[in-house]
Design a protein around this ligand. Sequence first.
Ligand code: NAD
Length: 502
Amino acid sequence: MPETSTPDTAEAADTVGGDRHQLYIGGTWVDPHSTAIVEVFSPATGARVGSAPDADATDVDAAVRAARASFDSGVWSSVPPAERADVLDRAAALIEERSAEIISLVSAEMGAPPAAIATLQQLPGTGVLRAYAQAARDYAWVEYRDGLFGTTRITREPVGVVGAITAWNVPLFLICNKFGAALAAGCSIVLKPAPETPLTGNYLAELFAEAGVPDGVISVVPGGADTGKALVEHPGVDKITFTGSTAAGKAIGAACAHSLKRCSLELGGKSAAIVLDDVDIAANGYMITFLGLFNTGQACVAQTRILVPRSRHDEIVEAMVAAARTMTVGLPDDPSAQLGPVISERQRQRIEGYIEAGKAAGATAVLDGGRPDGLDGGYFLTPTIFTGVTNDMAIAQEEIFGPVLSVIAYDDVDEAIAIANDSDYGLAGTVWTADVERGIAISEKIRTGTFGINFYAIDPGSPFGGFKNSGIGRECGPEGLEAFLEHKSTMLPAGYQVSQDS
Ligand code: NAD
């Protein structure tokens, strides 16, 4: 364990960024073993936001040991689920109380406008905490079954020490989701936040401690893929919960299989919105477009393939282009801004590469986005909408993670369903129709973990996750809680009478 020294309180008091020279391990700030630093710069302005230590394998080991000690001591794992639920509710209330501070920090790190963070990250973030709290209260932690040889007592026990590895695109929501599920189950956690958003991870760890999570139960090891690998490979970790790209998810899944660690993977997507010929486009055109472009397209559930009936193609495209034009791109301090920058110059160039590839493949940019004037300090891109896309093009198959929509025309609904399912991914999808029954019938044919009819959102109390390359396992609701539990069957001796209040 690294030595504890005086916390760097001056910088720690600066909640919108600041330099952290220490790591949050075991409930206190400790000097890191690593001398490397993760620097954070605003993707909106290029301004320096702050820094955190870039934790190395020795730091990860210290964090896992602290988590292990807290787990084995029972300081959290033995707390009754209803009391753990109360702590999660308190954390949700604290997030709401500190909303302005937290949102400025998240905005400084990942660049989105504050209003977008409030609706796309804070609302679902506090929502999942309360949903996990409710799931913990309602869950059947102990059950008795009539077995072949007598009564069997079935208990659900926390899986142990959890390594949580997260992406940068919605850090407030993702970290609440990881903390909420693992804490509701009674686990201890080592969080490895994305290198783009380490300060949000630190902030939330302290907030959860204030809500009542005992020391040692949460530790944070900022850093990049090497820090993540050290966590995945650590023998003291019982389960990895990962949110990020499919490529990293496959590597992590393989490493977990090697050591038989439990593993949940929330990965990428390339979701389709199926617009039916009876759609009220005046009422739905904005939302169809928004669901592909929100968070500047940096959303795993973004509906970036818009499947449109050929009979109404032009009218729908016109509505989409008009809607996209109203989505203002701007700086976080611009109250009219709806879309922020993309996360990095590298990512902006990658997106521009896809736009070029789309044009080269024969698609038409009916809205030809690009770098907007007057926002040169950040990595901004205005939305692009392609028509004439076929589903075999790279822009229809690969996750762009930027503000680029592909309109694909179809002739009949079976063809639309086949196109929607012709994807390596299977995370989300929607159908847009005046006939909800028709929408439900289509939902049953789409191979994705979540789906929406004339609407889409992640419901904090219902299972969320992917089919196919979009992942393994489910988060949210009782299914998300269960992913952090082991089941144990205890055979009771013949004649044993189970008491009423067991
Ligand atoms: P990424 O895979 O590059 O990184 C995600 C996290 O994993 C980071 O913390 C990174 O440091 C770490 N990491 C990378 N390689 C690793 C390895 N080999 N071992 C251990 N850790 C490793 O993804 P990103 O660019 O940060 O995020 C974007 C991706 O995340 C997109 O594909 C998006 O769809 C996906 N995502 C999925 C969900 C979901 O719930 N399904 C939600 C948000 C984002």
